[in-house]
Design a protein around this ligand. Structure first.
Ligand SMILES: [Zn+2]
Length: 274
């Protein structure tokens, strides 16, 4: 018994150590029972920062995500340059994290490059409805493509969807979503997945500095939100929603204050075809 307590103590110590020495980490909390999305619940979004000391940024951070992307507050710029995506097909697995479905690339699936820093693609997962809003409007689905640099810096690319025509990437994942519905911590082999098939369809994007939107709410995340809102069918959103086990009808964190942050909207200079 004593030995076990000692072991637990060592583990918690180790976790704290790791979190402290790696200020930015893409390791989102996987245990669904530790937090939820129900407003007013004791494990709900307003309480995340009090649940564990390592999650204090969820309440203390002044540059958190998601935010409303309000056109009036956005600086339109052309200097950021086109989003540099260099993806390649790689073996992937899928896991039901309880509050969301995550697709994780096992080998190198390529990278994006921002300001000379290379961020390797790690995983993607879905939130419904969308976490970010544009001019106060919330959409039906948002995918987060999570990338990490060799120094542990995180960059997330978000793509939003509204109800309309079906999305071909989600269609290609349909059988896997159905197979992991209701499972817990089961890792399902998906085979080779080409991240390029998560289409963007526009050069315009918002850029701002925020955080992970789930505990530990890690700050200094470079956010890229694609301006074009793509489409999915109601059925595709439903499939993702019923697959997870939280009894909540959402896995979107409430909007966070902007607090004097600047938000850029990249738009290519007077070129046709965008
Ligand atoms: Zn996310």
């Amino acid at each position: 018994m004593e030995k076990r307590v000692g072991h637990l103590f060592f583990c918690s110590f180790f976790i704290v150590l790791v979190l402290n020495t790696c200020p930015a980490t893409s390791k989102e909390v996987d245990d669904e029972r530790e937090f939820d999305y129900n407003q007013g619940s004791e494990k709900g979004p307003a309480r995340w920062g009090y649940l564990r000391s390592e999650w204090s940024m969820c309440k203390d951070g002044s540059m958190q995500s998601p935010i409303d992307l309000l056109n009036d507050r956005v600086d339109v710029v052309s200097h950021l340059g086109r989003l540099n995506r260099s993806y390649k097909p790689s073996n992937a697995t899928m896991r039901n994290r309880g509050h969301d479905i995550m697709l994780q690339w096992e080998g190198s699936a390529g990278h994006i490059q921002i300001n000379g820093t290379r961020y390797e693609l790690q995983q993607c997962h879905w939130h419904s409805p969308s976490e970010h809003t544009i001019n106060g409007r919330r959409f039906d689905l948002e995918v987060h493509m999570v990338h990490e640099s060799s120094l542990g810096k995180i960059a997330v690319v978000g793509i939003m969807y509204k109800i309309g025509r079906r999305d071909s990437f989600l269609s290609s994942m349909k059988e896997h979503f159905a197979a992991i519905a209701g499972t817990h911590e089961e890792v399902r082999a998906v085979g080779t997945v080409d991240p390029k098939h998560l289409r963007i369809g526009s050069r315009k994007y918002y850029r701002y500095i925020g955080s992970l939107t789930v505990p530990p709410c890690t700050p200094n995340v470079v956010w890229t939100i694609v301006r074009k809102v793509r489409t999915v069918t109601q059925e595709q959103v439903r499939l993702l929603r019923v697959a997870v086990h939280d009894d909540s009808d959402t896995n979107a964190r409430p909007l966070q204050p902007l607090n004097r942050r600047s938000v850029h909207l990249y738009r290519p200079r007077e070129r046709k075809g965008d």
